[in-house]
Design a protein. Structure first.
Length: 210
C-alpha cells in the first residue's frame, strides 16, 4: 500500500489556521542551499534538481529486484524551505524584506529506508543522464527540529508576516521564546498553478522554554 503523507502524517503537514506547539522528530532530507530572490528564474533550478533526484530515488526503488526490507511505495514529500537573511540584509531590514538578500536551504524529505549510499548512486546516475552544476550542491542530511510553533498560512507569501505575528503572540502566551528569526516553510500548493490568495503553506519556527 502506498504511503500518502497527506493522509498518514497530518500532524506534521496539516496543521490548522491557528498556531500550535508541535514536536518535530528527526527526518532525513535532500537539501540544497543558496541565496537570492525566490522570484528569479535561477531559483526554479534549485527546486528542479531536488525534484529530479527525489523522483529518481522513488522510481529506481520500484525497479529493484531486492529493495530495502522496509520499502513501500510512497508519495514524494512536499518542498520545504528554511529562510534567513544575509548579514547585510539584517542590517538594512526596516520591516520590508529585500528579497535579493534572502538566504535559503530548500529540501525534500525522504523515507527512512533511503540511505546516503543509495542517494549517491542516484546522484551519479542523474548527473550522467541530465548533468547540471547545481547537482553538486545537493546534500543528504538528517535534521531534527524539536519543539516548534506552526500553523497553516493561506494566501500570498507576502502576507506571511501577519501569520508570524500570531505565532509569536501564541509563543509568548505559552512562555516560549523563538530561537531565531530563521523559519521553515512547507509548500502544500504548487505556486506555478495556484493563485496567490489560495496558496497553502505550513509555517514553523523553533522554540524553547523562556
Amino acid at each position: 500500500m502506498k504511503h500518502e503523507w497527506r493522509k498518514e502524517e497530518k500532524n506534521y503537514y496539516q496543521p490548522g489556521r491557528k498556531p500550535e506547539l508541535k514536536e518535530i522528530p528527526r527526518f532525513q532530507f535532500l537539501t540544497i542551499s543558496g541565496q537570492g530572490n525566490p522570484n528569479s528564474e535561477s531559483f526554479g533550478e534549485y527546486i528542479a534538481q531536488l525534484y529530479a533526484l527525489s523522483y529518481g530515488l522513488k522510481m529506481n526503488l520500484k525497479k529493484m529486484d531486492n529493495p530495502p526490507a522496509e520499502y513501500q511505495d510512497y508519495a514524494v514529500y512536499p518542498l520545504e524551505g528554511v529562510w534567513d537573511l544575509t548579514e547585510e540584509g539584517r542590517q538594512t531590514y526596516d520591516g520590508a524584506i529585500d528579497k535579493d538578500e534572502l538566504v535559503f536551504t530548500l529540501m525534500i524529505r525522504q523515507p527512512d529506508f533511503i540511505d546516503e549510499e543509495y542517494f549517491r548512486e542516484i546522484l551519479e546516475l542523474t548527473g550522467k543522464k541530465k548533468p547540471h552544476p547545481l547537482l553538486d550542491k545537493v546534500r543528504f542530511q538528517s535534521i531534527e527540529e524539536g519543539p516548534v510553533v506552526q500553523m497553516l498560512h493561506v494566501g500570498s507569501y507576502d502576507d506571511e508576516p501577519e501569520s508570524f505575528r500570531q505565532m509569536e503572540a501564541f509563543a509568548a502566551e505559552q512562555r516560549l521564546k523563538r530561537l531565531s528569526k530563521t523559519h521553515r516553510e512547507i509548500y502544500l500548493s504548487d505556486f506555478r498553478k495556484t493563485e496567490p490568495a489560495k496558496l497553502k503553506t505550513v509555517l514553523r519556527f523553533r522554540v524553547a522554554k523562556s
